[in-house]
Design a protein around this ligand. Structure first.
Ligand code: 5AD
Ligand code: SF4
Length: 439
């Protein structure tokens, strides 16, 4: 039996796409290899969101080239966003690559491999169907991703994603409820809805289908067996009251919201084309906290967007203080090919960006530590994932707020248990098993 190995880069959407890639490869008779060295098909599912992602990938591709020099029978396949962004240049720069495809063409991979023997070189682009109907190979029995939409109609000045994942397409709500029910029947308890902009879901289906994101949340909440629902990522501009109400009303929807802000300066937000101001974002946070008081808020922040002044960066720091995030992913701006911001001449100097990110990371950590410390002494519902990777004598799981907890006691993966929180850091919680949560 020929064997494959998939190396995945990037976001959860890509991790999920890799589950489809694996499912597809197995459906045409390939088996999974434990390491790239044991594999006949070396598949890379790539990301291109920031410069660093590109650099890491190139290092991996060089290893693949060396492996292929040792064993010319190996087939190198490059899928995902970077592949799409490179188009045919990919074959000019990396001639040892046999096959490349973009995130909208995963289903074509099976055809290629099934064609057998000689694999023609090819690069497919543009979206032609959802991977949602493809076979799926999941790592965890009790957690699953559900891709509700693909692509993005936003026009953020820094972002390469719309050019690689295309316009937004939403899946039909009936298909989504069916898939969620099938997953629940298969033992899944936690669903994470995925989309580049989840809460603009459904607009492209109108007028034939009028299901909004809020209505979709309610429909999925009603699926028996699904006890936790998360989603990533929503856009603040589409975070309307009906979504907040649906979150508050739906018992399965977790008390956690990842709400990317990107900057605390209204001028920078405008230059980024985010279409909201600092004030509107803060008002939104207030409305959410009014309705769901204990909600955990996380975000994405970029420092050093072209033209960002010291004072504008300070605005980001004060916004972080005002919101008091549970966690934030912080990024140094990096120019991406084809984006408007990359063409600007007022790029911020590297040393300035470095200094800013350090200050931001310190502040974010201080808030995370404070928010986590406030949970010490409380009892949290935890979905058990199994033994901790760093210390197998304790278990690991996540709270509804998506915080990692290491805890003592006996429980099996996939169980929902009560854990009394006894200690915290800015990154994790520690605790002790209590009584099981009645469900
Ligand atoms: N430079 C730095 N960070 C970026 N992001 C997107 N594009 C860039 C870029 N060019 C960040 C945003 C987004 C997250 C997924 O990646 O914060 O929300
Ligand atoms: Fe990377 Fe964005 Fe593609 Fe996800 S969608 S893999 S973050 S480029």
């Amino acid at each position: 039996m020929k064997r494959y190995h998939v190396t995945t880069f990037g976001c959860q959407m890509n991790v999920h796409d890799s589950e489809r890639i694996k499912g597809l490869l197995e459906s045409v008779g390939l088996g999974e290899a434990a390491t790239p060295d044991d594999a006949d098909f070396l598949v890379f599912n790539t990301c291109t969101i920031r410069e660093k992602a590109d650099e890491r990938l190139v290092a991996h591709l060089m290893d693949a080239r060396a492996a292929k020099q040792r064993d010319p029978g190996k087939v190198v396949v490059v899928g995902g966003c970077w592949s799409e962004s490179m188009k045919d240049e990919l074959f000019d720069q990396f001639p040892f690559v046999d096959l490349a495809f973009g995130p909208g063409n995963i289903h074509r991979l099976g055809d290629f491999i099934q064609a057998g023997g000689e694999i023609p070189r090819g690069h497919f682009s543009t979206f032609d169907s959802f991977a949602g109907d493809l076979p799926l190979k999941r790592d965890r029995d009790y957690q699953a991703w559900l891709q509700i939409s693909t692509g993005c109609n936003c026009n953020c000045a820094y972002c390469i994603v719309p050019s690689v994942r295309g316009r937004e397409h939403s899946r039909h709500p009936d298909d989504l409820v069916r898939e969620a029910s099938a997953l629940a029947a298969d033992g899944v308890r936690e669903l994470t809805l995925l989309g580049q902009n989840v809460n603009s879901y459904g607009r492209d289906l109108r007028p034939a289908v009028t299901t909004s994101f809020a209505a979709l949340l309610r429909a999925l909440d009603a699926v028996p067996g699904i006890e936790r629902i998360r989603f990533t990522s929503p856009h603040p501009k589409d975070m309307r009251d009906d979504v907040i109400e649906a979150m508050a009303d739906s018992p399965a929807v977790c008390e956690h919201l990842h709400l990317p802000v990107q900057s605390g300066s209204t001028r920078v937000l405008k230059a980024m084309r985010r279409t909201y101001s600092r004030e509107r974002y803060l008002t939104l946070v207030e409305r959410i906290r009014d309705r769901i008081p204990d909600i955990a808020l996380t975000t994405d922040i970029i420092v050093g967007f072209p033209g960002e002044t010291d004072a504008e960066f300070e605005d980001t720091l004060t916004l972080v203080d005002e919101v008091g995030y549970d966690h934030a992913f912080t990024f140094v701006y990096s120019p991406r090919r084809g984006t408007d911001a990359a063409r600007r001449e007022d790029q911020v100097a590297e040393e300035v960006k470095k200094e800013r990110i350090q200050r931001l990371v310190d502040l974010v950590q201080a808030h995370a530590a404070r928010r986590n410390a406030a949970l010490v002494g409380t009892v949290q519902e935890v979905l058990v994932e199994g033994p901790s990777r760093t210390d197998p004598s304790v278990l690991r799981g996540r709270t509804r707020a998506n915080k990692a907890v290491n805890f003592g006691g006996e429980a099996t993966a996939g169980e929902l248990v009560d854990v009394r929180i006894t200690a915290s850091t800015s990154q994790t919680l520690a605790g002790q098993l209590g009584a099981p949560v009645a469900v």
